[in-house]
Design a binder for this molecule. Structure first.
Ligand SMILES: Cc1cc2nc3c(=O)[nH]c(=O)nc-3n(C[C@H](O)[C@H](O)[C@H](O)COP(=O)(O)OP(=O)(O)OC[C@H]3O[C@@H](n4cnc5c(N)ncnc54)[C@H](O)[C@@H]3O)c2cc1C
Length: 429
C-alpha cells in the first residue's frame, strides 16, 4: 500500500493478529499462485476456457486457496463459532474484507467465502446437515450455489414460479433458476421454492441438496450467462421433478423469505469491506500512473485537475468507509446481524451502506479509468482498470466508451488562454 493511503487506515489493536495472518497467508499461499497463473489472470482471452467458462486451472487454484484459507482460520471468519466459523461481527469483518480485497483482483477473493462458498444460510441449517453440508462448506472443501432468481422473476419474490410440493412423503421440485453464480461447479445447491402460495412472507422454503447426487435425476445445469462480470461462472439450472426428503429443508417450512433476506443483508453489508479494499487498490494504481505517465513533458499528476480527481477518489473512499464502519457497528450492537426480522431502521441503514458503497465505488472506478486514459495497448494499462471494474457493470460500460476527461478539458471556455500564465500549484499555508 502506498504511504499516502496507508496512513488513512487504522486497524483496531485486537484485530492486528488476524490482519497480519491475512498478509502472510497472501504472501505465502496466494501470491505465488497468482504469479504462476499470471498469463490467465491478466489476459481476458485466457481467463476463460474455450466454452466461455472460468478456466479449470483458475478453479483449481481457487479451490486450493479456499481449503488452505479455512485451515488458516480466515475463510469463514464471518460465520458463528458454533458452526466452525470465526464468530466475527460485521464491523470487524469490514477490516478483514478490506485487507483481503485491497490485494487486487487475482486469486485473493478466494481467501474469504463469498456467495459460492460458506454463506450465512448455513446458520439456519440443522444438526443433521452438519456433516454432509455445513462442515465441508466451512472447511472450503465444497462450493455452493444460491438459487433464487428465475428467468422471469428477480427483484420481486412474489413472481417466483419454482414450486416444491409434498407428494407421498417426498418434496417434488419443479422450476428454472437463472443468473446463478457458480451454477456449473457447485457441490451444494441452496434453492428457494414456493411451498405455500398466498401466505405472504411465509410462502417460501429453502431446500438443500448435493448436486452430484441428483445430476440428471431431476437436476440439470443449463446454459452460461456471460454477464458483464465476464467471469464465466454465472448460469442456469432446471429442476424437473427433483425428489427430496423432508430433511432437505433448511430452517423451517415457510422460513425461506427470512433466510433469503439475512443472506442478502450479508451481501449488502459485505460491500463495505469489499468496496473499501478495491477502492484503495484503484487509488494506488492511479497514484502510480499519475506519477509515472509523462504527458507533454511532465508527470500526469503534476496537473491540478488530476490531483483534484485523485482527491475526490480518496474522499469518496474514506467517507464511504467511515459510513460502513458506523452502520456495521450499529448492526452488531446488540446483534447478531443475521437475526430476522430486522427493525425498519436497520433495513434502511443496511441498504444505505450498500447504495453508498456501490455509487462511490463506481465514481472511484470511473476516475481511475479517466486518469489511466485511452492508452490501452500495453498490458499494464489495459488490464488493471478493466479487471478491477468487473464487479461494477456500469464501469465496464463506461470503460468501453473510453476516457472522457479530454472532453471535459475542451468543453468549457478556454480560460487558460485568456489569463496571464498562473502557477499551477498552490502553496499551502
Ligand atoms: C453477475 C450476477 C450474479 C448473480 N448471481 C445470482 C445468484 O447467485 N443467485 C441468484 O438467485 N441470483 C443471482 N443474480 C440475479 C440477481 O439477484 C438479479 O439480477 C436481481 O435480483 C434483479 O433481478 P432481475 O435481473 O430479474 O431484475 P428485474 O426484477 O427485472 O428488475 C429490473 C430493474 O427494475 C427495478 N425494479 C423492479 N421492480 C420495480 C418497481 N416496482 N419499481 C421500480 N423499479 C423496479 C429493479 O430494481 C431492477 O433495477 C445474479 C445477477 C448477476 C448480474
Amino acid at each position: 500500500m502506498s504511504d499516502a493511503v496507508a496512513t488513512e487506515v487504522r486497524i483496531p489493536g485486537r484485530l492486528e493478529p488476524i490482519i497480519d495472518s491475512i498478509d502472510s497467508f497472501y504472501e505465502e499461499r496466494v501470491k505465488p499462485r497468482e504469479e504462476q497463473l499470471a498469463h490467465r489472470l491478466t489476459d481476458s482471452a485466457k481467463y476463460l476456457d474455450t466454452d466461455g467458462k472460468l478456466h479449470p486451472e483458475l478453479w483449481t487454484a481457487r479451490r486450493e486457496i479456499m481449503r488452505e484459507s479455512a485451515e488458516a482460520g480466515i475463510y469463514a471468519l464471518h460465520l458463528p463459532e458454533d458452526i466452525g466459523g470465526g464468530g466475527f461481527g460485521r464491523h470487524d469483518m469490514v477490516f478483514v474484507e478490506e485487507r483481503i480485497y485491497e490485494k487486487g483482483i487475482g486469486l485473493n477473493p478466494a481467501m474469504l467465502a463469498w456467495s459460492e462458498g460458506a454463506t450465512p444460510r448455513l446458520i439456519w441449517c440443522q444438526d443433521h446437515h452438519r456433516e454432509a453440508f455445513v462442515d465441508p462448506l466451512v472447511r472450503g472443501e465444497y462450493t455452493s450455489l444460491h438459487g433464487v432468481t428465475e428467468p422471469d422473476a428477480g427483484s420481486n419474490f412474489f413472481d417466483f414460479k419454482t414450486r416444491a410440493e409434498l407428494r407421498g412423503g417426498k418434496w417434488v421440485l419443479n422450476g428454472h433458476k437463472a443468473f446463478i453464480t457458480n451454477a456449473f461447479e457447485a457441490d451444494v445447491a441452496h434453492v428457494l421454492c414456493v411451498t405455500d402460495p398466498g401466505k405472504g412472507r411465509e410462502s417460501f422454503t429453502y431446500f438443500q441438496f448435493l448436486t452430484k447426487e441428483h445430476e440428471g435425476k431431476g437436476f440439470r445445469r443449463g446454459k452460461l450467462f456471460q454477464t458483464m462480470f465476464d467471469d464465466g461462472i454465472t448460469g442456469e439450472f432446471v429442476l424437473d421433478g427433483l425428489e427430496l426428503d423432508e430433511s432437505a429443508i433448511i430452517g423451517e417450512r415457510g422460513q425461506g423469505f427470512n433466510i433469503a433476506l439475512s443472506s442478502i443483508n450479508w451481501t449488502r453489508m459485505r460491500r463495505g469491506g469489499m468496496c473499501s479494499g478495491w477502492s484503495k487498490y484503484l487509488i494506488e494504481k492511479t497514484l502510480e500512473r499519475a506519477k509515472t505517465r509523462i504527458v507533454a513533458g511532465k508527470p500526469l499528476g503534476a496537473n491540478q485537475g488530476i490531483q483534484w480527481m485523485v482527491a475526490d477518489m480518496v474522499n469518496d473512499w474514506f467517507t464511504t468507509r467511515a459510513m460502513s464502519l458506523a452502520v456495521t457497528a450499529e448492526i452488531d450492537d446488540p446483534g447478531p446481524w443475521w437475526k430476522m426480522p430486522r427493525p425498519r431502521a436497520d433495513i434502511r441503514k443496511i441498504c444505505m451502506l450498500k447504495l453508498q458503497n456501490d455509487e462511490a465505488f463506481q465514481r472511484i472506478a470511473d476516475r481511475a479509468v479517466q486518469i489511466h486514459g485511452g492508452g490501452r495497448n500495453d498490458e499494464e494499462q489495459s488490464r488493471q482498470p478493466d479487471r478491477v471494474d468487473r464487479p461494477k457493470p456500469a464501469c465496464s460500460r463506461r470503460l468501453r466508451r473510453g476516457a472522457t476527461h479530454d472532453d471535459r478539458s475542451d468543453a468549457g471556455p478556454r480560460i487558460a488562454d485568456d489569463v496571464p500564465k498562473a502557477r499551477t500549484r498552490r502553496t499551502n499555508v
